[in-house]
Design a protein. Structure first.
Length: 345
């Protein structure tokens, strides 16, 4: 038979002086005349077939979750976590711990559900790279419904999440909506809680590596922007081997696209060439297919961000992308000679 505690039993626990906080730190567990428990963070209860639950509120985020929420642009909506240790060692059937709820004296219900409910790869796909989308999927899979099932003979700690703060005052606590929880002196085994695996490779950033500005000798504004790590990776993946390198764009509100396509830069020993020169010097001939489209897309995205016209610029050295923080821009005359130069920073 499922075990639960009535309000009268809860009041009796308070009268006998039972009080301890998370990890025995002394948070008040005394019930008021209305059966309200104040400051309780540790709970326990027993379900059918000998399964036992221990829950601890306000635990740290499991591995991978905060990273995935950042990739989803959800870091400004914090999650609150509840660890639940499910002891099914003496059970004969599998059991899940997929939800928990806490009722306040005002009748409000604070519900915790599976962490996977708060991880959506589509939200990463809208604004991040394919790497970011895949990472969110990996983290989501670590908190799928299967991960919340505890087979007979097993003890496991799972983590639930809520967008609502954990309540200070609680009149009723349950796990799975049916098993009642009572205050406990013992916390869940948080050090054994499940989490997502480390990423197989780091997820790159969509932030520009550099955004340098100046004015040409003709009075035209000039903006030298170096594309983000994700854009660098995508462009190099689409290009033939001879054209792999570092990528950016020269943009202006006053200069024409034709002028920008004849403009280059030097920076920290690196030479940046207009893309048409880079193609000619590489010996690959005219680009086609995905490579041609990716260059066009890069210029178009730069124009959308800048608001003027842009032309793609490239260095044969991939390290130039991260090492360029100050540059000299001028008319391009060969591999390294520039005339009418100005500094951008």
């Amino acid at each position: 038979m499922k075990k639960s505690l009535s309000l009268a039993a809860l009041a009796l626990l308070a009268l006998t002086g039972c009080s301890a906080g998370q990890n025995g730190t002394g948070s008040s567990q005394e019930a008021s005349d209305h059966g309200t428990f104040e400051g309780v963070t540790n709970w326990e209860g027993s379900g059918d077939d000998g399964v036992a639950f221990r829950a601890t509120a306000d635990v740290a985020a499991p591995a991978g979750v905060e990273e995935a929420r950042t990739l989803m642009k959800k870091s400004e909506t914090p999650l609150h976590f509840l660890a639940v240790t499910v002891d099914n060692i003496h059970g004969t059937q599998p059991v899940s711990a997929s939800s928990a709820s806490f009722t306040t004296p005002e009748g409000e219900l604070v519900e915790y559900t599976m962490v996977g409910d708060y991880l959506n790869d589509y939200e990463a796909a809208e604004s991040e790279s394919g790497d970011a989308e895949n990472r969110v999927i990996d983290v989501h899979n670590a908190f799928s419904s299967d991960e919340y099932e505890v087979v007979a003979g097993q003890k496991k700690t799972v983590v639930l999440a809520s967008e609502n703060d954990y309540p200070h005052d609680v009149t009723r606590a349950t796990v799975n909506g049916t098993t009642s929880l009572a205050p406990s002196e013992t916390s869940a085994e948080t050090d054994k809680a499940t989490g997502a695996p480390e990423p197989s490779e780091a997820v790159g950033s969509n932030d520009k590596l550099a955004d340098l500005n100046g004015t040409t000798l003709k009075g035209n504004d000039i903006n030298f922007r170096i594309f983000s790590p994700n854009a660098q990776k995508d462009l190099n993946a689409a290009m033939p081997t001879q054209l792999k390198g570092a990528w950016g764009a020269l943009c202006s509100n006053a200069a024409t696209e034709e002028q920008l396509k004849e403009t280059g830069a030097t920076a920290n020993g690196h030479h940046w060439r207009p893309f048409q020169y880079a193609v000619s010097e590489s010996g690959v001939g005219a680009l086609s297919g995905n490579a041609d489209y990716k260059e066009y897309e890069a210029a178009s995205l730069a124009e959308m961000s800048h608001g003027g016209v842009c032309a793609v610029i490239q260095s044969a050295d991939e390290s130039a992308a991260a090492e360029t923080h100050l540059a000299t821009v001028g008319h391009y005359l060969g591999n390294s000679t520039l005339e009418s130069t100005v500094e951008v920073k």
